[in-house]
Design a protein around this ligand. Structure first.
Ligand SMILES: Cc1cc2nc3c(=O)[nH]c(=O)nc-3n(C[C@H](O)[C@H](O)[C@H](O)COP(=O)(O)O)c2cc1C
Length: 184
């Protein structure tokens, strides 16, 4: 099975995007994948904003990308695009950090007016970084994500069904990755 890096690109402490990704991680783990979580907000600001390629946190993040067979990239929509902190991290990775990897792009946002931010803003960046296969992504409205005090999360049924579908398609695509198939 695959090693999946699950990257949350929200700077928010109480991030819906983050909680949604960690919720979906569980489904991937249940399907036999090893999931490594990376929350961009935990990377020191001086490393991200100072473009410090040699900072231990950036070196570590780069190694996590290298190790991964596949990457989930989740971002809140900010100003009709992906978040600035996600871009700050991607800018510090090698140009082709996604070479050979299967990628699932996900976004949360406040308005369906920006549902295409995944395809018009995020997808071109992922392509430029060499992603082998970017599967269908999904945009979830923030109002469809409810965070509970016990740390759990629920997603409105309409959104939940589509999210499950894209995660399962991503998981199935991992099984078809030539390198993984060859590894048995
Ligand atoms: C600074 C800022 C800008 C935002 N801009 C947009 C936007 O352009 N389009 C949109 O649909 N939602 C926008 N939103 C709403 C967020 O995308 C949405 O609430 C998202 O779920 C927040 O995710 P988070 O909790 O992980 O940060 C914005 C929110 C903030 C704080």
């Amino acid at each position: 099975m695959a090693i999946v890096l699950s990257v949350s690109g929200s700077p928010s402490v109480s991030s819906r995007t983050n909680r949604l990704l960690r919720h979906l991680d569980q489904r991937l783990v249940a399907q036999g994948h090893e999931v490594i979580a990376l929350d961009v907000r935990t990377i020191p600001a001086e490393a991200l904003l100072g473009a410090d390629f040699r900072h231990p946190a950036i070196v570590e993040a780069t190694e996590l990308f290298e190790r991964a067979d596949a990457v989930v990239v989740g971002t809140p929509v900010y100003k009709a695009s992906y978040s600035g902190v996600l871009k700050a991290l991607l800018d510090l990775l090698p140009q082709y950090a996604l070479t050979g990897k299967t990628v699932l792009p996900l976004a949360t946002g406040g308005s369906v007016a920006h549902v295409l931010a995944i395809d018009y803003a995020l997808r071109p960046v992922l392509t430029s970084m060499g992603a082998a296969h970017i599967v269908q992504g999904w945009f979830t409205l923030d109002k469809d994500i409810t965070l509970h005090e016990d740390g759990s999360l629920s997603v409105a049924p309409s959104a939940s069904e589509s999210l499950t579908q894209v995660v399962d398609q991503f998981s199935a695509a991992l099984g078809r990755t030539p390198l993984l198939a060859a590894a048995g």
